[in-house]
Each structure stands twice: as structure tokens, then as C-alpha cells.
Design a protein around this ligand. Structure first.
Ligand code: ADP
Ligand code: ASP
Ligand code: MG
Length: 467
């Protein structure tokens, strides 16, 4: 069989019946030449709506639940009307209602409990992707293409970290091939739900917000695809978020490492874990715009064909908090405090975005996402309960008025004076630099600044680095 292409469509690329038709044009065009597997996100804003509805259920807000269910159903029923032929419409609309009923059932359980168990949340929010996979596959069928909607719970095997699961690649390879290869051999195009999977014993999971990119790369690796194309709403990976820096430019090519660093430091265009499954097989990825499909987009590759120098892109994160810890006197080992704190964070799965320490005072600070702050603080308070009670550690300090700016580029390794120019550019804007971190790979320079100066700082650094 010819080499497989995996194509992923993000929320805006399947955000309406019109956008689904365009996505289907792109799928049909490629599927006429080679085997294709498509991975689809939920229609734009649907995952937010589903999550909000589960919160209403937890709070016992019946009006909120009804509103959520009605919006969910109407949006997909109306899209179905434009996507499938009259002969199939009733059947497809019934399938939409059945999926909405699945969601309603889970939400009712939450309402009764007054609680949202993480695993029930995962089962509930995966309904968004199941609805869009249904509509996309039905539209392709109405155009005469052999397409089948597949729930990724039947193909992607994950651990049991609900809401942020990781794939078990060996098990996934087996299950994905068993489920999808027979379809591909029969000339079908599987339309697989992004974002979700299931544990070995079949409990539904999701891969974290924005996780459909990750789903697509997991499947591309598992199926041994030749390429992965990620369709989104911008022309590719840019030197900065175009919403923040209007003159940001498209990068023709970028390495796996650069793309991963950018995504990790907040560039929403890719889910941070997308590249990992592709490294071993060196599967190339294209980031492309479904609103301008003829533009080439950005190619993400193991290594650049032409060398590059200096910084390549700047990115930022606003929803972060800086947590600082300091031993109360020099007799207390700062390394011990740090080790205990980091161990505690690891145990509750908190991701550290940047870390900085001072050797004399043995104080250290680290940056976490706002949504992980409570979990992080609780874990550290528990782990350091003794030290805090006896006053060996000054209290845990939290600063929410901060933002992270990161400059990324393989060519920054050993680049003279770059860090100095970055700091000068930031301070010229009168923005305070609070902490600095540079990974040992020298691929990224991370700067924590005052939150209200973040956007200004990003623009200043973008100009200074001639991006
Ligand atoms: P999708 O729904 O297709 O997955 P996302 O909204 O998750 O799309 O990601 C695309 C968005 O990422 C763009 O609209 C853009 O605003 C944002 N973005 C942030 N940083 C960058 C960057 N460096 N290059 C391109 N887009 C970026
Ligand atoms: N629909 C999910 C989300 O909004 C996954 C994705 O779109 O990548 O987070
Ligand atoms: Mg995304």
C-alpha cells in the first residue's frame, strides 16, 4: 500500500458546515491519490461549551445545563442539514441526538453527585469530537467517498491520567493498526476523533486542551505515516502570535526542537507534546492554513536543510504564576528544600515552565500555569509542612502578576550578546524583568516579566531580534 498521509483539522477548520465542506475538499483531494487518515477536533468553542455545561451540572444549575445541551444539539443538527443529503438527514440527525443524549446522561450523573469526576469529564467532553467526526464522515459519504467515523477510544491507548493522559505507544500501535488498517486496505478514509483515547481497560481519557494535534501525531507514528499535515487558521508557524504581533512572519521551516519549545512556552498553534511521537521515525509535519490551502505553510523537520542563525521566534504566556521559596537561614539546605518541592510537584503532575535559583541565598522560584497553582501550592505545603511549621523556610510566596516571554532558536546556541539585547529591548519599554532562565540546550531564553508589560515586551523583542 502507498504511504499514508495523516491530516488533522482544528476547531476553526471544522467550525461550521462551510468549513467542514472545505476540510472535506482537502481530504477528498488527497484521498484520490493516496491513503489518508483524518483526525478532527470538535467544532470551535464546543469543548468550552461542554466543559461549562459539566460545571453547571456540578453546581446544580439546571438552566445552564439546558442551555448548554440546546446549543450543542442545535449547532450540530443545523450543520447536518447543510452537510448530508435529504435521504440520510433523518438518520444522521438521530445519531447527533444520540451523542447529545450520551452527554446528557453523563452530565445528569454529575448533577446528582454534585461533583465532576475527572474520568466522567473526559467521557463527556470527547462527545464534541465524536459529533464532528460523524458530520465530516457523513459529508464525505454524501459525496461518494468511502469514509468511516472512528472514536479514538478504539485506537489510542493511554495511561489513566484523566484530563491529561499520555499514550502508551506499543499498545496504541497494536490497537490503532487493528482498527484502522482494515479500513485503509478497503480504500476507506477513517475520520478519527482528536483529543481522546481510552485506558487499557477501556476507560475514556483525554489528552489535555488542544490535544487533537497530539492525537494526530500519535496516530501518524502508530500507523507509520509518511507525513502529517496539521490544518489550522493561520498560514503556519510564525515568528510570533499574529494576534499579538501584526507583522509576525511565517517560518518556512522549523525543527522539531524549536517547534516543541515554542509550543511549550505558549505558542498555541501546536500542542506541546505533538512532536514527541514523531521523532523516532522522523515523520515530517506541515502546519497549514485551511483558509488559504494553497499557501505552503511551515514544514517541521528533524533538522533544517539550510543552517540558521539567531533567534527564530518569540512567544508568551499570560496565565502563569511565580512561586518562590527561600530557606530562613544559611544552616538550612536550599537543595533539600528544592528537592522536596520538586518531588511534590512531580507527584501531582504539575508542569514547571521555568525555574531559576540563586546560589548564595539558596532561594529558588518556578513558574506554573495559573490553573495548576492551587495543586502546586497544596503539594508543596504538604511536603514541606515540617519545615514551614518550624520556620526553616520563609512562607511560600506567590506572584500572579507575571508573564513568561520565551525566545527560541537553534541558532541561538553560543550566539554572542543575544541575551543582553533581549533584556535591553525589554527594559527600554520600562518592563520589569523578574526572573531569567536559559535551558542547558541554549535553545530557549525564558524571561519572567510583569504581566502588564508582557505584550509590549514581546513586540519589542520581536523587533530587536529582526524576526
Ligand atoms: P486549531 O483549533 O486549529 O488547533 P489553535 O487556535 O489551537 O488552532 O492554534 C492556532 C492559533 O495559534 C492561531 O490562530 C494563532 O493566534 C495562535 N498562535 C500563537 N502563537 C503562534 C505562532 N508562533 N505562530 C502561529 N500561530 C500562533
Ligand atoms: N477540542 C479540544 C480542545 O478544544 C482539542 C483540540 O481542539 O485540539 O481543547
Ligand atoms: Mg489547537
Amino acid at each position: 500500500m502507498q504511504a499514508l498521509l495523516v491530516m488533522k483539522f482544528g476547531g476553526t477548520s471544522v467550525g461550521s458546515a462551510e468549513r467542514m465542506k472545505v476540510a472535506c475538499d482537502l481530504i477528498a483531494k488527497e484521498a484520490s491519490r493516496r491513503p489518508v487518515t483524518a483526525v478532527v477536533s470538535a467544532m470551535s468553542k464546543i469543548t468550552d461549551l461542554l466543559l461549562e455545561t459539566t460545571r453547571c451540572a456540578e453546581a446544580g444549575d439546571q438552566t445552564g445545563i439546558d442551555r448548554g445541551l440546546a446549543t450543542l444539539e442545535t449547532r450540530h443538527l443545523e450543520a447536518a442539514e447543510q452537510l448530508v443529503s435529504a435521504a440520510d438527514l433523518e438518520r444522521v440527525q438521530q445519531e447527533v441526538r444520540d451523542l447529545v443524549a450520551d452527554f446528557r446522561r453523563i452530565v445528569s450523573g454529575m448533577q446528582m453527585l454534585g461533583y465532576r469526576p475527572p474520568r466522567a469529564v473526559d467521557e463527556a467532553i470527547a462527545v464534541g469530537e465524536r459529533l464532528s467526526a460523524l458530520l465530516v464522515s457523513e459529508h464525505l459519504r454524501s459525496r461518494g467517498l468511502k469514509a468511516t467515523a472512528v472514536n479514538a477510544a478504539e485506537a489510542v491507548v493511554t495511561d489513566a491520567v484523566f484530563n491529561n493522559a499520555s499514550p502508551l505507544m506499543d499498545a496504541t500501535r497494536e490497537k490503532a493498526n487493528a482498527r484502522l488498517q482494515p479500513l485503509l486496505q478497503a480504500g476507506e478514509t477513517p475520520i478519527v476523533t482528536g483529543f481522546n483515547g481510552a485506558t487499557t481497560d477501556g476507560r475514556p481519557t483525554t489528552l489535555g486542551r488542544g490535544g487533537s494535534d497530539f492525537s494526530a501525531s500519535i496516530l501518524a507514528a502508530a500507523l507509520g505515516a509518511a507525513e502529517l499535515w496539521i490544518w489550522t487558521d493561520v498560514d503556519g508557524i510564525m515568528t510570533a502570535d499574529p494576534r499579538l504581533v501584526p507583522d509576525a512572519k511565517i517560518l518556512d521551516e522549523i525543527t522539531y526542537s524549536e517547534a516543541a519549545e515554542l509550543a511549550y512556552a505558549g505558542a498555541k498553534v501546536l500542542h506541546p507534546r505533538t512532536l514527541a511521537p514523531l521523532v523516532e521515525r522522523r515523520i515530517p509535519v506541515w502546519s497549514k492554513n485551511s483558509f488559504s490551502p494553497d499557501k505552503p505553510g511551515t514544514r517541521i523537520v528533524p533538522a533544517l536543510t539550510a543552517g540558521n542563525s539567531g533567534a527564530r521566534a518569540v512567544t508568551s504566556m499570560g496565565n502563569v504564576a511565580l512561586v518562590s521559596l527561600e530557606p530562613s537561614n544559611s544552616a538550612v539546605s536550599g537543595v533539600h528544600i528544592m528537592a522536596k518541592a520538586l518531588d511534590a510537584l512531580d507527584r501531582v503532575n504539575v508542569e514547571i515552565l521555568a525555574l531559576s535559583s540563586s546560589s548564595y541565598r539558596q532561594s529558588f522560584c518556578f513558574l506554573v500555569r495559573n490553573e495548576e497553582l492551587d495543586k502546586a501550592s497544596e503539594a508543596i505545603e504538604t511536603a514541606l509542612a515540617l519545615e514551614l511549621t518550624h520556620g526553616y523556610v520563609n512562607g511560600i510566596e506567590v506572584d500572579r502578576n507575571v508573564g513568561l516571554l520565551a525566545v527560541v532558536g537553534e541558532g541561538m546556541r553560543g550566539a554572542w550578546g543575544l541575551a543582553g539585547r533581549i533584556f535591553t529591548a525589554i527594559s527600554r519599554e520600562n518592563v520589569n524583568v523578574i526572573a531569567i532562565a536559559q535551558g542547558s540546550s541554549e535553545l530557549t531564553i525564558s524571561v519572567v516579566v510583569r504581566r502588564d508589560g508582557l505584550e509590549k515586551a514581546v513586540r519589542a523583542v520581536h523587533t530587536e531580534c529582526h524576526l
